[in-house]
Structures are given as C-alpha cells and as structure tokens.
Design a protein around this ligand. Structure first.
Ligand SMILES: Cc1cc2nc3c(=O)[nH]c(=O)nc-3n(C[C@H](O)[C@H](O)[C@H](O)COP(=O)(O)OP(=O)(O)OC[C@H]3O[C@@H](n4cnc5c(N)ncnc54)[C@H](O)[C@@H]3O)c2cc1C
Length: 419
C-alpha cells in the first residue's frame, strides 16, 4: 500500500531534493514542483557538518561531494587584531566518522538535482511551477500552481501527501500562519562574497574573526584549486546595523558599504582587504529567521527545511538541518505503517531540535565566543588566556554541538536514521 503513495514535494532546494532521494531509497516515489524557471547553481558558500555528511554518505554521495567541495579540517577563531583565540580540529581529524565539507551552495544543489534525475528519472522535477495554494480532504491534497513565466493557472495536482520544502518565504507556511508576516531581522546585516585566490593556512581551514560591533568575518575555501592554483574563497562580512533591505538571496552588495571596516585586517595568514577587493560577486543579505512554531503537520501536508525552521546562518546548520529533516521523515515513513502517523512522528522528532538551534543561533551559537572576547578586550591583548580561560572557550563549542545533534559521541554511536 505504502509503495503506491503519491508524494508531491514543493521546492527543489537542498531540502526538497534530499527528500526525493531519501524517499527513493526507501522505495517511495515522489514528484517535485519548483518555481524557478530552471535549476541553476545560485548562492555562495555553505558548510555541511558531519551530521549531514553522514546522511549524504548514506545516500551514496560522499565521493561526488569530495569532487566539488573542500574537506574542512580545522576551525580557527581570531580577534579583529589577528590574535588567535582558539583552534580546533574538524570532521575526521576531530574523531568524527564523517568529514565536514564546505561547498558552493549552487554546486551542492546541482549535485542533488543530477542525482534525483538519474535515480528518479528526468521528468520527476517540473520547473516554472509556482505553488499558490492547496486544499485537502480525508483522502487527497490538491495543489494549485501558476506558470512562473506567464502567471497563468496550471492544472491542479492531486497527491496523497504534500511536503512543503519551499524555503524561507514558504507559501504553504503562510497558508497555515497567515498572521506571521516577514522574516525577523535581528540587527545583523551580511555581505557575502567569493574570491579566487591562493589558499590560506592549511588550505582546509575555516576562520571566524572579529565581532559584530566592529565587523566580523567568516572565511572558508569552497573549491579545489583551478589551473592557476587558485581556490574559490567564500567570505561573509557580518555587521551590526539597523539599516537593511528585504531578504532576497541574489541581491547584489556594494563594497563601499562595508569594506572600510576591514581595512586594517592585513594578517600574515590572509590579506582580507585584498580578498574583498578581488571579489567575483558580492551579495547583501540581512540575517533573518522566524520564531519557532509548534505545528508543521496539517493532515496530509507537512513543512520541511527553511519553510519549517528558517534560522540565522550561524554555526553551519541551515542546509544541514534541512537534510536531517528529509532523512528523519523518510525514516518514519519507512518504519511506520500509516504514513499520516509518520508525518506526526517526524514533526514530534524534529521540532524540539530545530527550535533549539534557531534559539541558539540568536545568541548562544559558537560565534558567541567572539563577542565575549571583544567585550572583555576591546583593545589588543598579547595573551588570550588573560581574558578567557580555555575551559570557558571549550564549553561554548561543546554546548552548541549538543544542541544541534553534532556532538561527536552521539553522532558516531547512534543508529542510522533511515537504513
Ligand atoms: C537562490 C538561493 C540562494 C541561496 N544562497 C545561499 C547561500 O549563499 N548561503 C546559504 O547559507 N544559504 C543560501 N540559501 C538558503 C539555503 O539553501 C537554505 O537555507 C538551506 O539549504 C535549506 O534549504 P531549503 O531546501 O529548505 O530551502 P531553499 O534552499 O531555499 O529551497 C527552497 C526552494 O523552494 C522553491 N520555492 C519557493 N517557493 C515556491 C513555490 N511557491 N512553489 C514552488 N517552489 C518554490 C525555491 O525556488 C527554492 O528552490 C539560498 C537559497 C536560495 C533559494
């Protein structure tokens, strides 16, 4: 019975595509409807922690990821003056059974898209179809679509289950939470860029530096070296300000709005002003999220990924939590006889974790270390331990890992979610 379920996924982003692959793995068919006119490699860098790499590995994709991403093996924290605060191993080097990868978001989406086409057939993803509404009765959900090119109404699609993976501006979430309004701005604006240049430090290092008040930076490589030996470096300037624009992933950013904050950041391991100056692309995006909600499942409809729990892009969890949602949903659909019970079980399992990540990213994320240090030492100091103990530093990191399901012992020893 379950094998004949007709499942419709709205949105071919990271969450929607991983869901289709995971359903296929357990023998369930799905169809994806995407509003974009074509699937193109949009965005800049993202990080995938071992918890989500475990899931993509179980989907047989680790080798492909290795071909396009970079295995991050250390994370370093610096003050705005270039003093090292903390250095920690990541991924396999830190004892996880799975690596951490940094990768171009668009390349990741294309990798998942191709895998879906190969495994489910090229006709399972329909583009230029914008979901506008849905209705349901005891047996079916009917979703209405518009043609993204012409705006004309398209044939209504019927399905047994609808998974809404339609991102931070989710139409389906809005249907169930009509009063919610726009995503919430927390006072931090982002300029995200990519630059081809020589790699820095180990070539597999991720950097968090500075502090929000004076300008913070997250920097990591996202490609293998090109023919000239240059690597694509992803950087994000995070600045505390009341001034911001609506969140659109592809809004261009201007160097003159933020580069002056980093003028003095010429360190022996990286020339930050030069990196900003040589950017291929710069986007401006406000750090936004939404308050956690306590219901994702409405009869035969369920929310997944950013539509369910949009979060600040802190701590490398946005894409990862969408991947974990997809796997958890597939796991329950596999283990429970009644698919509607599986939707409920998925919701009950995922809401507590993802709500805790949303909350932690608002204040208690790993980056919190930088704020503590900047507050205690607004002027340069010679010895970091004169202002913060190693125990305090370690406690901040381990607390966040526990919240996000990325704690090493838990992850290494728990059973697979799907297999
Ligand atoms: C164009 C784009 C660029 C991004 N760039 C970055 C980045 O550089 N760094 C970063 O950290 N995160 C980026 N993100 C967000 C990141 O991908 C997500 O936070 C995370 O991966 C969770 O994935 P998701 O599948 O839930 O949402 P998303 O990856 O946002 O995917 C949602 C999908 O649903 C589609 N969709 C939306 N509404 C409808 C509708 N009504 N009908 C049909 N389809 C619909 C969207 O076009 C999109 O393909 C980007 C997202 C997008 C859409």
């Amino acid at each position: 019975m379950k094998n004949s379920l007709d499942i419709l996924i709205i949105g071919a982003g990271i969450g929607g595509l991983t869901t289709a692959l995971s359903l296929h793995e357990i023998g369930l068919k799905s169809r994806i409807f995407e509003q974009a006119k074509e699937i193109r490699p949009l965005g800049v860098g993202i990080n995938l922690l071992p918890h989500s790499i475990r899931e993509l590995t179980e989907l047989g994709l680790q080798k492909n990821l290795r071909g396009i991403g970079v295995e991050i093996d250390e994370l370093r924290f610096y003050t705005q003056y270039g003093l090292e605060i903390q250095r920690e191993s990541r991924g396999i080097k830190a004892g996880y059974k799975w690596p951490q990868f940094s990768i171009h978001r668009g390349e990741l989406q294309m990798l998942l898209y191709k895998a879906v086409q190969q495994r489910l057939g090229s006709d399972c993803i329909r583009t230029a179809q914008t979901a506008v509404d849905l209705t349901q009765n005891n047996d079916k959900v009917s979703v209405s679509f518009k043609d993204s090119n012409t705006g004309q109404n398209l044939t209504t699609q019927e399905a047994d289950i609808v998974i809404a993976a339609d991102g931070i501006h989710s139409t389906i979430r809005k249907k169930y939470y009509p009063e919610e309004g726009k995503p919430i701005y927390g006072g931090i604006n982002l300029w995200r860029g990519i630059t081809w240049q020589e790699s820095f430090l180990s070539g597999q290092t991720m950097i968090l530096a500075g502090a929000l008040k004076t300008g913070k930076m997250v920097i990591y490589p996202i490609s293998q070296p090109n023919k000239e030996g240059k690597t694509l470096i992803n950087w994000v300037a995070e600045v505390k300000t009341d001034s911001y624009k609506n969140n659109e992933w592809n809004r261009s950013g201007r160097m003159e709005d933020f580069a002056h904050l980093y003028a003095g950041w010429q360190f022996d391991w990286l020339n930050v002003p030069l990196m900003i100056e040589n950017a291929e692309q710069i986007f401006e995006y406000p750090m936004v999220d939404r308050d956690p909600i306590n219901c994702w499942n409405f009869g035969r409809v369920v929310l997944l990924g950013d539509s369910a729990h949009p979060m600040y892009s802190i701590g490398a969890n946005g894409a990862g939590q969408a991947i974990l949602d997809a796997r958890t949903l597939a796991g329950f659909l596999k283990s429970l006889d009644n698919p509607l019970d599986a939707l409920k079980a998925y919701e009950a399992n995922r809401i507590p974790t993802t709500s805790a990540v949303v909350e932690a990213n608002r204040g208690d994320g790993p980056d919190h270390l930088l704020e503590i240090v900047a507050e205690r030492a607004p002027e340069p100091v010679d010895d970091i331990h004169s202002i913060i103990t190693q125990k305090e530093i370690d406690d901040i990191g381990s607390k966040y890992k526990k919240i996000t399901g990325y704690d090493r012992e838990t992850l290494n020893n728990r059973d697979s979610i799907v297999i």
